[in-house]
Design a protein. Structure first.
Length: 285
């Protein structure tokens, strides 16, 4: 009997440890440590989760509600134990915040990732305020990219100007994170920069000399994806112009964005898309 119960306990403990990072407990709130005492903080101010839909639908059923409550009551002690083990091992928001300010860029990057993934309160000010500062000023491009990603995960609507600026960063990784963020947190002011990233060429400098360089494929795909948020004829026509793109992945994403914009799928026929966009029907869904 004991041998039969042991695997169940192991699985439950593994599940509790796996989900503990998403649970904001009272103990975590009590241990909430500010990022840094001398940090300057300015004054003032995507899709439906299938899991949430499942819980909502089950709550309409009495049996489902009872099972959900029983399951939550059963798992709660394991979550609490997992959180206690986490803190006992030294995994705390204070430690992550200190790593975010470390001289080593690898630790700075890891600290940001740990904060924004592990604790809900780290997706709000003053943490997001610090992510903004890092995204704009950190000398290491991987840290800047992680800060932009943290703002994206936080769904910070006040950070769109930083996302737009990231599209012009010298680092392809930072530009990619900026485009991905604008797919989740759109801003109409981002359209010109997104269109430039989709174009496939970008202006840069080498040894002080202006040059034109190829844009990374992933950045172009992310830009095409972000453009699905902007219901204008100019955006739609630009996406149509990339349906016959040499790089099929860019053409495919342009088509997906057109489908999202219009609610129709006219495949890769530029003529059919242009006819529809200029027709009497309202083109956007």
């Amino acid at each position: 009997m004991r041998k039969a119960i042991a695997p169940i306990i192991v699985v439950l403990l593994a599940g509790a440890c796996g989900c503990q990072n998403n649970a904001q407990t009272d103990y975590q709130q009590q241990r909430h440590v500010p990022i840094q005492a001398n940090m300057t903080v300015p004054v003032g101010g995507g899709g439906t989760d299938p899991a949430k839909e499942q819980v909502t639908s089950s709550s309409n059923n009495n049996g489902g509600a009872i099972l959900t409550a029983m399951g939550g009551a059963f798992v709660a002690p394991f979550k609490a134990f997992g959180n206690w083990m986490d803190y006992a091992s030294g995994h705390t928001p204070g430690k992550a915040a200190r790593e975010m300010e470390d001289a080593n860029p690898d630790r700075r990057r890891a600290g940001i990732a740990d904060l924004v993934i592990s604790w809900d309160f780290a997706r709000k000010p003053p943490y997001t305020t610090r992510y903004k500062q890092i995204a704009q000023s950190d000398p290491d491009y991987t840290v800047r990219a992680m800060a932009v990603r943290a703002l994206n995960i936080s769904r910070d609507k006040t950070a769109t100007k930083i996302f737009i600026a990231a599209l012009e960063d010298e680092s392809e990784l930072v530009r990619l994170e900026g485009a991905k963020a604008l797919a989740n947190v759109p801003d109409p002011d981002a359209v010109p920069a997104l269109l430039r990233r989709l174009q496939g060429r970008r202006d840069t400098t080498v040894d002080g000399r202006p040059l034109s360089a190829d844009e990374g494929k992933d950045v172009r795909i992310a830009a095409a994806d972000a453009l699905r948020n902007y219901h204008t004829l100019d955006v739609a026509r630009t996406l149509v112009s990339y349906l016959n793109e040499r790089d099929f992945s860019v053409a495919w994403q342009s088509r997906q964005s057109l489908v999202a914009l219009t609610g129709r799928d006219l495949s890769y026929s530029q003529a059919a898309w242009l006819q529809y966009l200029s027709g009497p029907e309202k083109p956007f869904s």
